[in-house]
Write a protein that binds this ligand. Structure first.
Ligand SMILES: CC(C)(COP(=O)(O)OP(=O)(O)OC[C@H]1O[C@@H](n2cnc3c(N)ncnc32)[C@H](O)[C@@H]1OP(=O)(O)O)[C@@H](O)C(=O)NCCC(=O)NCCS
Length: 233
C-alpha cells in the first residue's frame, strides 16, 4: 500500500533500516512495550535530554502513552487502507533490534508530529503558531513537522538514530506527509542529537536562551534549534 513492509507472521507493518543496520526495524507501538519504556525512560543517559516524559516514569505512564500513540498509529493505518497516500503522521515509531532467534528488543522511539515551537518562550505566540500549524489540512506543504527521538543507552553511538531519521524523512515524511519543513530542538550541549539531525540535512539555525523545567531534565537554559527545508524548493 506504500513504503511499509508487512510481517507475514504477525501482519504488523514495519520499515527496515538499510545496511549495515538491516537488523533494525521500526514498527507501530505495541501494548507489550510498556515495561521496556519504563526501563529506558528511567535511565539518566536518556531522560536527562528529554523535556516531556514524566520522571520517575511509571508503568501507568507507559500504558497511558501507548494507548494514545497506538490509537494515532491505528488511525493512520486505517487512512492508508482506505487508499489515502498522504496522511497526518507516521504509523511506525518504535525502533527495534531483531535478534538472531527472531524476537526483537525495543530500542527507542522516533516520533513525527506537527511542530509545537517548544523554544518560543512567549506562551501566547507559541500557542498561536502551534494552533495555526495544527489547523492546516493534511498534505499542506506549509505544515511544519518535528521529530522527537531517544534510544536505549546500550545502543547509543552506533549510527542507529542517524540511519533511522534519514529513512523516516526520505521514505515517509517526503512521500506520505508531503513534508517541506522540519523544525527540531535539542538541549544546549546535546551534540549527539544535533549531529543526528545535521547528518540528515537539518541546519543549526540558532541556540536560544530559554527557561524550561522538565521533570527529569531539570532546568533548561539553552536550546539548539535546527531546520530542514525540502531540497529543490
Ligand atoms: C541523541 C541520540 C538519539 C543519538 O542517537 P545515536 O544512535 O546514539 O546517534 P548516532 O550513533 O547516529 O550518532 C550521530 C552522531 O552524533 C555523534 N555523537 C553521538 N553522541 C555524541 C556525544 N555525546 N557528543 C558528541 N557527538 C556525539 C556521533 O559521533 C555521530 O556523529 P558522526 O557520525 O559525525 O561521528 C541518542 O544518543 C539518545 O537517545 N540520547 C538520549 C536522548 C536524546 O538526547 N534524545 C534527543 C532529544 S533532542
Amino acid at each position: 500500500m506504500n513504503t511499509l513492509q508487512v510481517n507475514p507472521m504477525t501482519g504488523e507493518v514495519f520499515l527496515r533500516l538499510p545496511a549495515p543496520h538491516e537488523n533494525i526495524i521500526i514498527t507501530p507501538p505495541r501494548d507489550s512495550d510498556a515495561a521496556d519504556l519504563v526501563l529506558i525512560l528511567n535511565d539518566p543517559r536518556v531522560y536527562k535530554f528529554l523535556l516531556e516524559p514524566p520522571f520517575p516514569y511509571y508503568l501507568h505512564h507507559a500504558e497511558e502513552w501507548l494507548e494514545m500513540v497506538k490509537k494515532r498509529s491505528d488511525e493512520i493505518l486505517e487512512d492508508l487502507r482506505e487508499g489515502k497516500t498522504v496522511v497526518d503522521g507516521c504509523p511506525v515509531q518504535y525502533i527495534r533490534e531483531v535478534q538472531p532467534d527472531g524476537t526483537d528488543l525495543l530500542l527507542g522511539d522516533l516520533s513525527v508530529t506537527r511542530n509545537g515551537w517548544m523554544e518560543v518562550s512567549d506562551k501566547e505566540l507559541r500557542e498561536k503558531m502551534t494552533k495555526e500549524n495544527l489547523e492546516k489540512p493534511i498534505g499542506d506543504p506549509t505544515i511544519v513537522w518535528t521529530i522527537g527521538d531517544y534510544l536505549r543507552s546500550s545502543h547509543h553511538g552506533k549510527g542507529i538514530m542517524s540511519a533511522a531519521v534519514g529513512m523516516v524523512i526520505n521514505q515517509w515524511m517526503i512521500p506520505h506527509l508531503n513534508a517541506h519543513k522540519i523544525h527540531t530542538e535539542a538541549f544546549e550541549g546535546n551534540m549527539g542529537s544535533v549531529r543526528v539531525f545535521e547528518k540528515n540535512g537539518l541546519k543549526l539555525l540558532e541556540t536560544v536562551k530559554v527557561e524550561l523545567v522538565g521533570p527529569g531534565c531539570g532546568r533548561i537554559e539553552g536550546m539548539h534549534v535546527l531546520e530542514w527545508e525540502r531540497p529543490g524548493k
